[in-house]
Design a protein around this ligand. Structure first.
Ligand code: THU
Length: 138
């Protein structure tokens, strides 16, 4: 699947966005290594903080279905420049994406660029920080 195909899936996912408060609709499409696509949109909430971004919706859908091996994630919104993931989504990507997962950031006008999770969140806090004596085994 090409980056453009994955962006097209993210654009379709964007149509499902529940964004009555910001009116900022975002779509995401996550490609697994065995070529399955999990789509996500942003889901807002009247209490604001429970809002879930499109990227995390797609990632959590995939994880909850047992997926662990990913190839690429596309995110798209109607922005002037490409749509860049928020810090919380970058942290979630750092948990599940290896350095070869292509993160495709796009806008509706057809502009796109790619990055790795290490480029988006260098030196991320990760599982390695929780090793050794700090893990409390119940
Ligand atoms: N949002 C996303 O879904 N992904 C991003 O990368 C940036 C922000 C959503 C959250 C909220 O519903 C709206 O966009 C405005 O921040």
């Amino acid at each position: 699947m090409t980056p453009k195909d994955l962006i097209a899936q993210a654009l379709e996912a964007r149509e499902m966005a529940y964004a009555p408060y910001s009116s900022f609709k975002v779509g995401a499409a996550l490609l697994t290594r065995d070529e399955k696509v999990y789509r996500g949109c942003n889901i807002e909430n009247a209490a604001f903080s429970p809002t879930n971004c499109a990227e995390r919706t797609a990632i959590f859908k995939a994880i909850s279905e047992g997926e662990r091996a990913f190839a690429a994630l596309a995110v798209v919104a109607d922005t002037t420049d490409v749509c860049r993931p928020c810090g919380v989504c970058r942290q979630v990507m750092a948990e599940f994406f290896s350095s070869d997962v292509l993160i495709i950031m796009a806008n509706q006008a057809g502009k796109w660029e790619t990055a790795t999770v290490e480029e988006l969140l260098p030196g991320a806090f990760g599982p390695a920080e929780l090793d050794g004596d700090r893990i409390q085994h119940a």
